[in-house]
Structure formats: C-alpha cells, structure tokens
Design a protein around this ligand. Structure first.
Ligand code: HEC
Ligand code: HEC
Length: 209
C-alpha cells in the first residue's frame, strides 16, 4: 500500500505542473470552439453540462481536468480499447487538437459535479464502502481511497468516481481486468475483484455526492 501512495504522490506532482502550463495558454477562440463542441456534439451523449442520464455514457461534470485530457488523448491515440471506446470515442476524438482537448477538459471540470445518485440496497452499499475504504486484504486488493481520495473526488490523474453511473464503473473495472483498457495500476487493483465486490463498490460510489 505504501508503494501505491508513493506512486500517487509523484503522479500528482508531475500532473500539477502540466495543468499550470495549460492554464496560462488558454485561448478565448479555442475555449469558445470547445464550448460549442461540448454543447452541440458531446452533449448529445454526455449531457450539455456533463451530467448524462444514460448509464452507458459516463458523467464528466466536475471531473478532474488532467484526467479528462489524458483520456481524450488515450481515445485519440486508440489506447483505450474496449468496444464502447472504439465504437463511440475513437471517432469523436480523432481530429481534436491538444488545445481543444485542454479546453474541453476545463469546460467539464468547471460544471457542477453530479448530485448523489438514488439510494440502493443498504447491505450492498455498506459492503462497497468497506471495500472502498479498506480494500480486500485477503485478496491483495488495496483501498480505493488511497488513490481516489476519501470522498472519491480524485485528484489530478486519479479520476473522480463519486456520482458516476454504477453500470459504467462496472464495465470499466471489467475492462481493466481483461486489459482491454490497458492501465497497469488499475489492472493490479482490479484483477482479484469478484463480480459481487465490483457491483458493491460501484453502487457505493454512485451514492456519493
Ligand atoms: C455518441 C455518443 C458520444 C458522443 C457524441 C461523445 N461521447 Fe464521450 N463517451 C461515450 C461513451 C459510450 C463513452 C464510454 C467509453 C467506454 O466505455 O470506454 C465515452 C467516454 C468519454 C470519456 C471518458 C470518461 C471517463 O470517465 O473516463 C470522455 C472524457 C469523453 N467521452 C469525452 C467526450 C467529448 C469531449 C466528446 C465530444 C467531443 C464526446 N465524449 C462525445 C459516448 C459519446
Ligand atoms: C494505486 C492507485 C489506485 C488505486 C488504489 C485505485 N485506483 Fe482506480 N484508478 C487509478 C488511476 C491512475 C486511474 C486512471 C486510469 C487511466 O488513466 O485510464 C484509475 C481509474 C479508475 C476507474 C475508471 C474511472 C473512469 O471514469 O473511467 C475506476 C472505475 C476505478 N479506478 C475504480 C477503482 C476502485 C473501485 C478501486 C478500489 C478497489 C480503485 N480504483 C483503486 C488509480 C488507482
């Protein structure tokens, strides 16, 4: 666990420096172009303000901007390889320039984060909280809170998970397990999670504001 925290801390430092440079470079024409795209194109799936109602489409509102920018670059570079990434986001991101990506990331980061989702089965949510805060020690699964933060708001490249659609979260955990979404850190975290555990932790996170 100590290793994970060290990795977390060094990632945050690198990403923090990049974000500061992006702010200085914000160009009003690029910002206006990104807002038109967000409202007119991305909004049809993700919601105009990034709070999609359909669980297939992840919520983007209040997400950390450096995470959003990194994901748009991962779709553009065809590195996120699950079927929905290929089917929906490879094409959407193919012609986005870096400046537009940064401006889109800033647009969603500045929208009010989604409210807590509907309440769910209490026992499942309680089990999910336990996994989130303590991991599954017998299976070597670390606490999610070590990287995603005590309130699941994430930081820098560690995404916000609070208020995200549980169904989307489940799908991502499965994609980390089978490496269709190939990220070493989350593969290590997710590989030993059972379906029931994934469902519980996803339900818990959706109930968080
Ligand atoms: C036709 C529907 C559709 C449109 C339009 C669309 N997306 Fe997506 N987007 C998706 C789907 C589906 C996913 C989930 C992919 C997966 O499961 O891997 C996604 C994922 C994402 C993610 C990853 C979120 C996360 O939490 O990791 C970002 C960021 C994103 N889209 C941004 C955009 C932007 C910016 C645009 C406009 C330029 C856009 N999307 C347009 C359907 C869409
Ligand atoms: C060692 C740090 C670390 C730990 C511990 C960790 N994560 Fe992650 N997680 C990450 C990173 C980094 C990413 C972003 C991956 C990427 O760049 O695509 C991520 C991404 C995710 C995503 C994708 C979010 C999205 O919007 O697509 C989910 C879901 C997730 N983690 C769930 C969990 C759960 C559940 C746990 C606990 C069982 C957990 N994580 C523990 C580092 C961690």
């Amino acid at each position: 666990m100590r290793n994970a925290i060290v990795i977390a801390a060094s990632l945050v430092l690198t990403v923090g420096a990049t974000a500061a440079r992006a702010d200085e470079a914000a160009d009003p024409i690029v910002t206006a172009h990104a807002e038109r795209l967000a409202v007119g194109t991305c909004g049809t799936c993700h919601g105009v303000k990034g709070v999609s109602q359909q669980p297939k489409y992840p919520r983007l509102a209040g997400q950390n901007p450096s995470y959003l920018a990194a994901q748009l670059k991962a779709f553009r570079g065809q590195q996120r390889g699950d079927p929905d990434a290929i089917g929906y986001m490879w094409g959407m991101s193919a012609s986005l320039e870096d400046g537009t990506i940064d401006a889109l990331a800033a647009y969603y980061a500045n929208q009010p984060a989604p409210a807590a989702g509907p309440s769910q089965d209490a026992a499942m949510v309680a089990r999910g909280r336990e996994i989130y805060e303590k991991g599954v020690e017998s299976a070597g699964v670390p606490a999610c809170s070590a990287c995603h933060g005590p309130d699941a708001h994430g930081i820098a490249d560690f995404p916000r998970l609070a208020g995200q659609h549980a169904q989307y979260v489940m799908k991502q955990l499965a994609s980390f397990q089978n490496n269709m979404r190939n990220v070493a850190v989350m593969h290590g975290v997710a590989q030993a999670l059972k379906v029931e555990e994934m469902r519980s932790v996803a339900a818990f996170m959706e109930t968080l504001p």
